[in-house]
Design a protein around this ligand. Structure first.
Ligand code: SF4
Length: 224
């Protein structure tokens, strides 16, 4: 069993946040809201927004200033309010779309959000690479240090059967938040450490601190 499958088995039970549950257009709006914002803050803002504008048509006709007030304090709320109304107008006119190519045409939707919409909005096989999925994949060593998000997505697709792609984002997010944390990963209690490149490198550094020149200490924010 490879390390990613093992993570799916152990961390795949996380309940999805509110902002990625529901119809595809709502998932698109939730994904725009969530960028660089914690799930709890995003979910609360998403609920206020959808309670006030429960249909796509209502949101497309919303006043941007009112949307700003409803979604505050999510990060970049002014830009996001404008984007949300633009995205709603676009989806009302053109439809949401059911392919990656169509979805990335929606204002504010990039590849990650398009994959979120495919997997959580439509239940289609797709893998969204967010900050947690990216960091964990690089630390495990399933891609090189300079890999792009798209390369991470392709590598994960090669490691996980297609019928389980939909589970990958959710499981790796939970694992990344609770064990493989950004600054101080809990390697000593990690169930996949034997298959992890970061862990192997750390052990090497502890054995030969002078050769590695860091004394075994991790620098803030480094992946390797
Ligand atoms: S061993 Fe450490 S770096 Fe590797 S996956 Fe586990 S927590 Fe992350």
């Amino acid at each position: 069993m490879n390390t990613v499958i093992r993570i799916l088995e152990l961390y795949g039970d996380r309940e999805l946040p509110l902002h990625v549950r529901g119809e595809p257009w709502k998932v698109a709006i939730g994904c725009i809201l969530s960028q660089r914002t914690k799930d709890e803050t995003t979910d609360a803002a998403f609920k206020r927004l959808i309670d006030r504008f429960p249909t796509l048509k209502q949101l497309a006709e919303a006043n941007v200033k009112e949307v700003e007030k409803l979604i505050y304090p999510v990060g970049f709320y002014r830009q996001k309010a404008r984007r949300i109304v633009e995205a709603a107008k676009y989806m009302l006119t053109h439809g949401v779309g059911t392919s990656l190519e169509e979805l990335v045409k929606i204002p504010g939707i990039g590849r990650k959000c398009a994959n979120i919409i495919l997997s959580y909005g439509y239940g289609m096989p797709a893998i969204a690479v967010d900050t947690h999925v990216y960091r964990v994949s690089k630390r495990l060593g399933i891609v090189g240090e300079n890999a792009s998000e798209e390369e991470v997505e392709e590598a994960l697709k090669g490691l996980v059967p297609r019928d389980r792609w939909i589970e990958v984002n959710n499981a790796l997010v939970k694992f990344g938040k609770t064990v493989c944390k950004p600054l101080r990963p809990l390697c000593d209690m990690c169930p996949v450490r034997d298959g992890c490149k970061y862990f192997r490198n750390r052990i090497e550094k502890e054995k030969y601190p002078v050769a590695h020149g860091s004394g075994g200490k991790e620098k803030k924010g480094q992946y390797f």
